[in-house]
Design a protein around this ligand. Structure first.
Ligand code: ADP
Length: 441
């Protein structure tokens, strides 16, 4: 059953109960009031007859003027009665009851009687209740006939009202159904952001915005990755084609193969980095935090990359404070330090200096700094160098062997370890990349 029908039925059901309760209460209260009044009137009438008795038959006959219909009997004597009593032939009702009773005449008139006995006297009074009964009957009819109409109105009104209320949901659903991966920039209309539907639409729009964002990032990433993959492939092909065109001597072939292998290397590095990054982002890599000696980690990384620095005639030194420990996953953290040091060596000119430093900072943090005497990074690039595929100078940096993912991976690796990377650099004045990670508790 649709929400609309359910709402309408609930609405009608509750309304019907309320109206029924109200009608029943009105009827019963009115009935009690009317009959109560009649009962009280009968009591008054009994007193009236009692007072009128000393005046004899005449006085009792005139009681009609006061609204009382009465009969007065003394055992053995003829009875006195008011005019009304005789007119209505109420003698026939005398067998009806003991103290109070109701009697209906053939012509449909209803009377209520009260009887009182004292010594040898007996007084009976009556009130014509036909009018009261008629009033109650009309009221009952009005209520009984009106109720189905009220119910019908409630169902119809509820249905229309629910339809109007739920209208926005229908249009939202229709609009949402039209949104596909290609039209993620579309949004649901928000009529009133403060009401329930407005809040629902706003929440849905926020989800859409986040989806759109990740789709965009994915698209850009795929485009960038394909572009990066194409460059070495193009280089491979053109080197091969050139070599095929003429016949070369063995030394020249060796050169060609050498440069082809260089491109293959670049491809392999790129694919490795892409894999690391996507695996990291998919959340499949879990960091296994443990107590890590940052001094030892820094020296190991420096030793691994020392040959690269030596090739460029750079001085690579390591400075370690005593007992620098961190709470981190050593393999992931090592990746970050390796990338930073690799960059420092790559972008610092020959004969430059590179320093790796491990130290404690305050009681909470331990840091590894990679400091170089290279070209530094201009302010407009400082934030963006951590973006994927972002390279300050495409040509120059590609020459240096970068694929533009080193810093993105380093930042991911440090953040996996609940840390952050700080960058201090001045154009022309070298750079300091600082990994800050928590110390063990
Ligand atoms: P790549 O793999 O190309 O090195 P990265 O993400 O590691 O990419 O670095 C992004 C860019 O930041 C590099 O292209 C380079 O221009 C710049 N960069 C990184 N480290 C340094 C550094 N130590 N000194 C100067 N520039 C740097």
């Amino acid at each position: 059953m649709s929400v609309r029908t359910r709402l309408a039925l609930w609405h009608a059901g509750i309304l019907a109960l309320l109206v029924l309760g109200f009608a029943a209460a009105t009827y019963l209260v009115l009935r009690a009031k009317l009959y109560g009044q009649i009962e009280r009137q009968l009591t008054t009438d009994l007193e009236l007859v009692d007072k009128a008795y000393p005046g004899g038959a005449y006085e009792i006959a005139e009681l009609d003027e006061h609204g009382a219909i009465a009969l007065f009997k003394v055992t053995g004597d003829p009875s006195f009665q008011s005019h009304g009593w005789g007119r209505s032939g109420l003698d026939r009702a005398l067998t009806g009851g003991d103290r109070r009773w109701t009697w209906v005449s053939e012509d449909g008139h209803e009377y209520r009687f009260a009887r009182q006995r004292k010594d040898r006297c007996e007084v009976v009074v009556a009130q014509d209740t036909t009018h009261a009964r008629g009033t109650l009957k009309s009221l009952f009819l009005v209520l009984a006939l009106g109720l189905p109409f009220a119910l019908l109105g409630a169902v119809g009104g509820g249905y229309v009202l629910a339809g109007r209320l739920l209208g926005p949901v229908g249009s939202m659903a229709a609009r949402a159904a039209r949104i596909t991966a290609e039209s993620l920039s579309e949004r649901l209309p928000v009529e009133n952001p403060r009401d329930e539907f407005g809040r629902l639409a706003t929440a849905f729009n926020e989800v859409l915005a986040r989806l759109h964002d990740s789709f965009e990032r994915l698209r850009r990433f795929t485009a960038d990755a394909s572009h990066e993959l194409r460059t070495p492939l193009t280089a491979l092909r053109s080197v091969g084609e050139v070599a095929l065109q003429g016949s070369l001597d063995p030394a020249a072939y060796r050169d060609v193969i050498g440069s082809m292998l260089e491109e293959v290397d670049r491809l392999a590095r790129l694919v490795d980095s892409l894999l690391t990054l996507t695996r990291g982002e998919s959340g499949r890599i879990k960091s296994a935090a443990q107590r890590v000696d940052l001094g030892e980690l820094s020296s190991t990384v420096a030793d691994c990359l020392r040959v690269l620095a030596e090739e460029k005639d750079q001085t690579l030194s390591v400075e370690i404070e005593k007992a620098v420990f961190a709470e981190a996953d050593p393999a992931i953290l090592r990746q970050a330090v390796t990338n930073l040091l690799d960059n420092a060596i790559k972008y610092t000119p020959s004969k430059g200096r590179v320093l790796v430093r491990a130290r404690n900072r305050g009681s909470q943090e331990a840091v590894i700094e990679v400091i170089d005497s290279g070209p530094g990074i201009a302010p407009q690039h400082r934030e963006r160098v951590f973006d994927r595929f972002y390279r300050i100078d495409r040509g120059r940096d590609r020459e240096a062997g970068g694929v533009g993912l080193g810093l993105a991976i380093a930042r991911w690796a440090v953040e996996m370890n609940r840390g952050r990377i700080e960058l201090e650099t001045e154009e022309g004045g070298g750079s300091t990349f600082r990994i800050v990670v928590p110390r063990p508790a």
